[in-house]
Design a protein around this ligand. Structure first.
Ligand SMILES: CC(C)(COP(=O)(O)OP(=O)(O)OC[C@H]1O[C@@H](n2cnc3c(N)ncnc32)[C@H](O)[C@@H]1OP(=O)(O)O)[C@@H](O)C(=O)NCCC(=O)NCCS
Length: 149
């Protein structure tokens, strides 16, 4: 994590939940990630879900959600998005770094796994730039990537 970062991961609260649910990706990206409202609803029924809103200073710019199994040391990036108005500013990269820093301090953590829809205009190259590698595995049509710590 850089010392002068202005990005933070914050809990979604009763007073911010509507704003976080209004964050959205570009039209052509909607097949890569579920709406935040759906993610938060799913989290309500999943003990392993951990989610946060991504803020730049006091402006909400994105959302992420992990599926974490502490005993097994399995950390899976279930949802990740930066609002269409805030993409391309380095926030996605920095938010992922904040998340990785957090996971490194978690029990049995050896890496972070994720899967993405294979597509030329999808996020694969973004993850590759951040040192994630394709594991060779395909899970329900999605390519599985992993960053080993
Ligand atoms: C993927 C996503 C989170 C990236 O967030 P972002 O804030 O726009 O990315 P950043 O500005 O931090 O980009 C970091 C670097 O990755 C590059 N990058 C960003 N998106 C990219 C893409 N789709 N393909 C290739 N490179 C990409 C940037 O050019 C930048 O490169 P640099 O460090 O050399 O300048 C964002 O585009 C998004 O929300 N996409 C829609 C939802 C989605 O696909 N989520 C992932 C589901 S698995």
């Amino acid at each position: 994590m850089t010392q002068d970062t202005k990005l933070s991961l914050r809990e979604v609260t009763a007073s911010t939940v509507r704003t976080i649910c209004r964050l959205e990706v570009m039209e052509h990206q909607k097949r890569f990630v579920a709406p935040n409202s759906v993610s938060i609803a799913q989290a309500y029924f999943c003990e392993e879900a951990w989610f946060r809103a991504i803020y730049h200073e006091d402006t909400p710019v994105g959302f992420l959600m992990l599926h974490e199994e502490l005993e097994k040391g399995q950390y899976f990036l279930w949802r990740f998005m930066i609002d269409k108005e805030h993409q391309g500013k380095g926030y996605g990269k920095e938010a992922l770094q904040l998340l990785v820093d957090r996971i490194k301090g978690m029990p049995n953590a050896t890496g972070l796994t994720l899967s993405c829809v294979p597509s030329a205009d999808g996020p694969e190259d973004f993850y590759k730039k951040l040192d994630f590698s394709f594991t060779g595995e395909i899970d329900v049509g999605e390519k599985v990537y992993r960053l080993d710590f």
